[in-house]
Design a protein around this ligand. Structure first.
Ligand code: FAD
Ligand code: N01
Length: 553
């Protein structure tokens, strides 16, 4: 989907810039745009060979967003949002990647990036107030600021199955899909994983493959997308009202204006109104089903009512009662594992060429040369697809050796991530993360959250440059209080009852800590704005006299 061939620049071995940005997804691109506009010198590094992040890597069949396309886009440029035309309610991966390429071309953003380059370490030199960033191409870049735009869902995870190296067929992970696609025709395919990626790809693979074996450990709650082509009238209306749409999204709980999360708890509806209310929202399609009542994620009683509603839908859709039973999520509240949005997911299990296999009852023991073996049976296939998810939120950061003056980020996060506002961590001056742990991030339309973070970081750096500050880092007390608050609000919800990647539960050995902030995008923005307005309350800003001797202090 590249619109333009580009020659990756190669940065000389030693270089000094104002800021290093790691990652060329939506976050990194906008961060580079802002920093460059502020007159700072910047270098971006990206492990992939082009821009796109999530949408560069996740090219599996059926991949698309489940936030409305018109809102899953940048708002920072009025011209950009007026000139771009989305075609579907939920855009496909190729369309989103085309959009990202358009943005990169339009604002000439590639020239600051070095592609095919992974950042391996960054160490802070306290005497010089500088980060020294090292790449896998042995470059060493010093910079005052280092900004991690490394993504919440960019470190794909393949479980360490015994015997995996013996498999003679093809293997793929949805999060690292080949750019020229996979030919499933005439093939017997096994897929492990029934989260959002599995649920999107299974219906499409089932249509292409000769046979599909779906290995399911936990059934997931999913809502039909009701995807559709966007009409000209709708697009015109959106463009005319974009300012209001964006404003509403920024103030909302989940970062979107079209997702209506009702504030009204279920008990305020009469019993016979509840089912029709659920049906109405179900018919609208998409993740907004989670917000049908105001207390879906705080009241077990309300949640149970939604669960029953979904159970009925499965029964009505899936013909074979045993398969229907197996597809029915029972052990956790709806929404506490990320809700999925699908097209024809349950219907796919009515096809003759699709078999659902319960690997909770009979766990996978090993991968063999021709397929896999559970503790009760062996299965053969030609292609094995891992839809097994990501080391979310902390994975990409933990892979980089990040050393502050008093130790590494990895050590600091041994018992789970600790950050102030999900933006910075104590002990790591001038190092920012975009949508880091402790911010609404993955619980929101991430475009809204990414823009908010990039703009906050850009304003903070402007403040530092204008007032000759050399260093900023959170005060320990502020960080501790924020971590406590994030934990506290999460524990007032049902979220902590699901074995989700939000809690790190999908990665063996990962500390069980609820990582995103459930307090809502609008409230969180107010907090961040207040912090900035109060002179970066909770942060320690310092000037280094020897370094700033030529500047007015
Ligand atoms: P990413 O897009 O993940 O980009 C990070 C980049 O950093 C990657 O390209 C990676 O290669 C690079 N990188 C990481 N570490 C290094 C390193 N050490 N050195 C060099 N480069 C590095 N969100 C929504 O709000 N709505 C949706 O509908 C939605 N759908 C999604 C569908 C899928 C399949 C997935 C996986 C995620 C989805 N998300 C969705 C979340 C999505 O990740 C964000 O919306 C958004 O794209 C994140 O952008 P980003 O730039 O922050 O991170
Ligand atoms: O990953 P997941 P994903 N044996 O972690 C199973 C975003 N996204 O890539 O639940 C057997 O959700 C695991 O089983 P269990 C979105 O934020 C969005 O699907 O741990 N099975 C689970 O079924 C999403 O939440 C879209 O029991 C194993 C699956 O693999 C996030 O990305 C689309 C196993 C992993 O599900 C991640 O989604 C795609 C094992 N050893 C992604 N290990 C949109 O539509 C894991 N599993 C917007």
């Amino acid at each position: 989907m590249k619109t333009k061939m580009h020659k990756p620049q190669t940065t000389s071995i030693e270089k000094k810039v104002d800021a290093v940005v790691v990652g060329a997804g939506f976050s990194g691109l906008y961060m580079i745009y802002k920093l460059r506009k502020m007159g700072l010198s910047v270098i971006g590094f990206e492990a992939g060979d082009d821009v796109g992040g999530t949408w560069y890597w996740n090219r599996y069949p059926g991949a698309r967003c489940d936030a409305d396309s018109v809102e899953y886009s940048y708002s920072f440029s009025e011209d950009l949002q007026q000139e771009w035309n989305w075609t579907e309610r939920f855009a496909t991966q190729p369309e989103i990647l085309k959009y990202i390429n358009h943005v990169a071309d339009r604002f000439d953003l590639r020239k600051e990036f070095q592609f095919n380059t992974r950042v391996t370490s960054t160490h802070f030199n306290e005497d010089r107030n500088q980060w020294k960033t090292v790449t896998d191409k042995s470059q060493r870049i010093t910079s005052k600021y280092c900004i991690m735009a490394t993504g919440c869902l960019s470190t794909w995870s393949i479980p360490k199955f015994k015997g995996l190296e013996n498999f003679k067929g093809e293997t793929y992970h949805t999060g690292n899909w080949p750019h020229d696609g996979v030919d499933f025709s005439g093939k017997k395919v096994g897929i492990i994983g029934t989260g959002s990626s599995g649920i999107q790809s299974i219906p499409v693979i089932a249509k292409e493959a000769k046979e599909l074996l779906v290995f399911q450990r936990t059934p997931n709650f999913t809502v039909p997308a009701k995807n559709a082509q966007l009409t000209e009238a709708y697009k015109k209306e959106v463009k005319e009202t974009y300012a209001e749409i964006r404003d509403k999204a920024r103030k909302s709980a989940a970062g979107g204006s079209t997702v209506n999360f009702s504030p009204t708890p279920m008990n305020e509806y009469l019993e016979d109104e509840r089912t029709s209310k659920m049906q109405d929202v179900w018919d609208l399609g998409g993740a907004q089903f989670l917000g049908v009542f105001g207390d879906v994620l705080t009241s077990q009683e309300t949640n149970d009512v939604l669960v029953q509603f979904v159970h009925e839908k499965i029964k009505q859709t899936v013909i074979d009662p045993e398969t229907a039973k197996l597809l029915t999520p029972k052990d956790y509240p709806l929404g506490t594992k990320r809700i999925c949005v699908d097209t024809d997911y349950w219907e796919t299990f009515n096809r003759d060429n699709v078999t659902l296999i319960d690997v909770k009852a009979a766990p996978i023991e090993e991968v063999t040369s021709t397929g896999l073996k559970t503790n009760s049976e062996s299965y053969d296939f030609d292609i094995l697809v891992f839809a097994t998810g990501f080391d979310a939120m902390t994975g990409a950061l933990s892979k980089i050796d990040i050393q502050g003056p008093n130790g590494s980020l990895k050590e600091k996060w041994t018992a789970g991530p600790r950050m102030y506002l999900g933006l910075m961590a104590t002990g790591f001056p001038n190092l920012f993360t975009i949508t880091g742990p402790g911010s609404p991030s993955v619980l929101s339309n991430m475009m809204t959250s990414i823009e908010q973070h990039v703009e906050w970081i850009a304003d903070c750096i402007t403040h530092m440059e204008e007032d000759n500050f050399e260093k900023i880092e959170p005060q320990q007390q502020a960080e501790d209080a924020w971590v406590h608050h994030v934990n506290d609000v999460a524990h007032q919800t049902l979220y902590v009852k699901g074995n989700s990647w939000y809690l790190g539960a999908n990665i063996p050995g990962k500390p069980r800590v609820f990582m995103p902030y459930v307090g809502g995008v609008g409230n969180y923005r107010i907090k961040c704005d207040e912090v900035a307005a109060n002179g970066y309350e909770g942060f320690e800003l310092s000037r280094n006299m020897s370094l700033t001797k030529n500047k007015a202090v």
